[in-house]
Ligand binder design. Structure first.
Ligand SMILES: NC(=O)c1ccc[n+]([C@@H]2O[C@H](COP(=O)([O-])OP(=O)(O)OC[C@H]3O[C@@H](n4cnc5c(N)ncnc54)[C@H](OP(=O)(O)O)[C@@H]3O)[C@@H](O)[C@H]2O)c1
Length: 338
């Protein structure tokens, strides 16, 4: 890091599990970031976090947003509150890194993106996987013709069932598999096949009691005609992978979305009579994500406005795809009564 660049003074909104386990431990270990304060619904929990991460605790989120020394906030509330707090933070003049996705639908994403654009503030969603170099490596293999002409893409992000009280099972908090895990393979399709895929069909397994989606699949058609199938859910043994398939080969990334920082990715390229494995260096995608966010705040918000605008367009396109899947999905009711 350039020694003259000040660390980004960050505030954390919500004492969430992801903040405690991953984001804040990473942030406090980085010279680019200074964690200033944390706030949530309970000042006692905020104090415990503050003790753990060596920052101050504010009595509530509004007080944190009033602090003039906080330049940017990291928001890790349940999904239904991403829009609420990102909106308030942008109006308070703060740059925002918010957990994925930006909101519960495309309308929320559009409103936030136009507010950030108007105010010249950085607004990014915390899709860590986009910052892992394994995807650029995969794209490079495709560009070099190693799979030939791509015609099919498959991606999955699935996790086993969670405790019943998890926020992901609460419809009022923006729960459901499509918003929580479905957005990953959809975002991967946009990354690898280009923005603007059409939804050709979708299915959702929903709880009979309240319609919350537990898992699903969608079929997409990319702008260049690649057929994509994405699978997501809370009902499966863990899977986090994608495969790009062309007329010469099939390339698979097996830990696509949540590789641990020490994990050395292994990409597998299968050709007619030959299989090749590429073992890459480990990379901490969250650390890189935070570094990129800091760099965008420091220089990019003005200097690279088109890059920020492009990321915002991408976030809106993702939510349009989510809306389309909801609108088209054939729903299968799953009996969830004990
Ligand atoms: N990028 C990733 O890899 C990744 C991974 C996991 C999760 N996430 C995202 O991070 C967010 C938090 O997930 P999590 O698993 O960490 O959830 P969690 O532990 O349940 O944390 C959510 C936090 O939101 C706050 N909150 C505000 N209003 C709430 C309400 N009505 N009910 C419950 N909590 C409320 C709470 O903090 P206070 O009590 O302090 O207000 C709570 O600790 C979600 O949007 C999730 O999708 C992202």
């Amino acid at each position: 890091m350039n020694a003259r660049v000040r660390p980004l003074r960050l505030g954390a909104l919500a004492t969430s599990s992801i903040a405690r386990r991953r984001t804040l431990p990473t942030a406090v270990g980085m010279p680019e970031v200074e964690l200033v304060a944390v706030a949530g619904r309970s000042v006692d929990r905020a104090r415990r976090f503050a003790g753990q991460f060596g920052c101050e605790a504010e009595p509530d989120c509004a007080a944190l947003l009033r602090r003039p020394d906080v330049e940017a906030v990291y928001i890790s509330t349940p999904t239904s509150l991403h829009h609420v707090w990102a909106d308030r933070a942008l109006r308070a003049g703060k740059h925002v890194l918010v957990e994925k996705p930006l909101g519960v639908d495309a309308d929320e994403a559009r409103r936030l993106c136009s507010l950030a654009g108007e105010r010249g503030l950085v607004l990014r969603e915390n899709f860590m996987f986009l910052h892992h170099p394994q995807h650029a490596f995969a794209e490079d293999l495709v560009r070099r013709g190693r799979i030939g002409t791509p015609s099919a893409f498959r991606a999955s992000f699935c996790i086993p069932p969670m405790p019943a009280e998890d926020i992901r099972y609460a419809p009022g908090l923006g729960g459901g598999a499509l918003l929580d895990v479905g957005v990953y393979p959809l975002r991967a399709a946009a990354l690898l096949l280009g923005r603007g895929s059409r939804v050709a069909g979708a299915t959702l397994r929903v709880r009979a009691s309240d319609g919350l989606d537990l898992s699903g699949q969608a079929l997409l058609v990319s702008p260049s005609g690649v057929l994509a199938q994405v699978t997501f859910g809370f009902e499966h043994a863990y899977a986090s992978s994608y495969t790009l398939w062309g007329d010469k080969g099939r390339l698979s990334v097996t830990r696509a979305f949540t590789p641990p920082p020490a994990h050395r990715p292994e990409l597998v390229l299968v050709e007619q009579d030959h299989e090749e494995r590429f073992t890459l260096l480990a990379s901490d995608q969250l650390r890189t994500c935070l570094q990129d966010f800091t760099a965008a705040v420091r220089g990019g918000a003005r200097g690279e406005e088109s890059a920020e605008a492009d990321l915002r367009e991408e976030a809106i396109a993702l939510m349009e795809c989510v809306d389309d899947i909801r609108a088209r999905a054939v729903r299968v009711a799953v009996d969830d009564r004990p």
